[in-house]
Every structure is written in C-alpha cells, then in structure tokens.
Design a protein around this ligand. Structure first.
Ligand SMILES: Nc1ncnc2c1ncn2[C@@H]1O[C@H](COP(=O)(O)OP(=O)(O)OP(=O)(O)O)[C@@H](O)[C@H]1O
Length: 252
C-alpha cells in the first residue's frame, strides 16, 4: 500500500450543448497517507466521480499532478484498484476465478492462485461460494466479490465509487461493517466516494466535503474502531460528526 497525493488537480470538460468549457474540478489538493481511509462526499455534480476517474487514469487531467507513493502516475495502472457501483463480474467464471483473474493475467501460477482465492474469499466470508457463478449470488455477495477481486490484485490504492449504492439498506450496513473490518486487517489505502453522509462518517478516518469542484472541508473522524452500527447508531459523537458533515454538504 502507498500514499496518494493530489496536487492542484483540475478538470475542464467541453460542454457540447452550451458550446463552452465547464470546470468540474478546480485546484484540488489532497494527501491520503499510506493505509488511510478517506471518504469524499458532496452534492450531485460536485466532481466526485471526475476526481476518482482521474486518479484511476480513466480520463485525462487538465492540470495538476497525481502521485502514488510519491511517483507521478499518468493513465491507468494495476497500482490503483477500482470498485464501482455497477461493475461486471465475468458471468462465465466462478467466484474463485473472478477473484484470481487479475493475478492470472499477471502470470501468477495455479497453486498460488488457489491460495489467493482461499485467502480473499475467507476475508469476505465467501469461502462457501468459491465454485458458484455470479448469477447464483445475491447483489450483496456480488459486491463482496467485487471488493475482494480488487484487493486480490494487491493495489497500492483502492478507489471505490459508491460501491454499495445498489444494494438494500440492511445489506449495505453489513457491507460497510465488513469493509471496515477488512480495512482494519489489511490497511489498504482507500478513497471512497459516496452521496451518503452516515456511510462516509461510519467508514472513514477523514471525510472530504466537495463543493463545486473544490474542497470545502476536511473533517477528522476520530471514532473508535472496530466500528459497528449497533454501537454507532446511538453514539453521540457519531451523530454530532454526521450532522456537522451534513451541514457542510447542504451548504455546498
Ligand atoms: N464527460 C463529460 N462532459 C461534460 N461534462 C461532464 C462530463 N462528465 C461530468 N461532467 C460535468 O462535470 C461536473 C462534475 O460531474 P461528476 O460526475 O464528477 O460529479 P459527481 O459529484 O460525481 O456527481 P454525482 O454524485 O451525481 O455522480 C458536472 O457538472 C457534470 O455535468
């Protein structure tokens, strides 16, 4: 795992309807320490996905720099793993084969792939589903496979764009608890994008609030770990922090 640094990052799109340039991200600087967990929130259109897509290397940056472990990155790379809300597991591959697809592409041998599958499926509580196919899994299980598939590539930074937005509320809370547990065990460097303020506060060490493409605030979340909804739902510090972030988002 490595640190992630954004230096004066900006992105301008050409809007074909208006025939003008639109600045989606303006001069964003951010430092995510190695092994840190940062959530990014903000109203629709504030530039969250644009920032994540630039970090992933999926879209070119207009100006500024992105550094992973102090080294400037340009374009996509296996050093940055990405988990989206809707992503495709390979339907013709089993869960274990999906998880080890990246290692296989990198030339990792069969025995080692077997070990990786066992390790990561156990991490996600999915050992029993190793030989199933994606269409035999619930939505929540598919999201779990997506998360460990990204982790099995051993990325320096894990980028997550609303990965739990499409599952029901109950499953979503379970996935959030599992992600914090996995983060505590493995300490991947995570940037997690979400609309959902309680989700951001529950998961992260720092919540970054974006407004109109700029960083409005960085809020520290010094809540104890391990975090569970049973405990935090009635926790005064959690409520106070969530309200603080919510007010910032509403003012954004
Ligand atoms: N390909 C594009 N071409 C032109 N404008 C774009 C493009 N992609 C995004 N934008 C504009 O850039 C701004 C930021 O969009 P972005 O999708 O990054 O916001 P967001 O915070 O992720 O929104 P949401 O929460 O709704 O997904 C918006 O004004 C959007 O309309």
């Amino acid at each position: 795992m490595k640190s992630l640094t954004l230096e004066n990052l900006s992105k301008t799109y050409f809007d074909p309807y208006r025939g003008t340039q639109v600045t989606a991200v303006r001069d964003v600087s951010l430092n995510v320490e190695e092994g840190d967990f940062v959530a990014v929130v903000g109203p629709s259109g504030c530039g969250k996905s644009t920032i994540l897509n630039m970090i992933a290397g999926f879209i070119p940056i207009t100006s500024g720099r992105i550094l992973v472990g102090g080294r400037e990155v340009k374009g996509p790379g296996a050093d940055r793993g990405v988990v989206f809300q809707s992503f495709a597991l390979f339907p013709w591959k089993t869960v274990a084969e999906n998880v080890t697809f990246g290692p296989k592409m990198r030339g990792v041998g069969k025995a080692e792939r077997q070990r990786i599958a066992e390790e990561y499926l156990a991490l996600a509580g999915l050992s029993h589903a190793a030989d199933r196919y994606p269409n035999e899994l619930s939505g929540g299980m598919q999201q779990r496979v997506g998360v460990v598939r990204a982790l099995a590539n051993n990325p320096d930074v894990l980028l997550m764009d609303e990965p739990f937005a499409s599952v029901d509320a109950q499953t979503r809370m379970t996935l959030q608890e599992e992600l914090t547990r996995i983060w505590e065990q493995r300490r991947p460097t995570i940037v997690f994008i979400t609309h959902d303020v309680p989700e951001a506060v529950f998961l992260a060490n720092t919540v970054v609030v974006l407004s109109k493409g700029q960083v409005l605030a960085e809020v520290d979340i010094p809540l104890e770990r391990p975090r569970s909804w049973d405990r935090l739902v009635e926790d005064e510090a959690f409520k106070t922090l969530s309200n603080k972030v919510l007010q910032l988002v509403r003012s954004a």
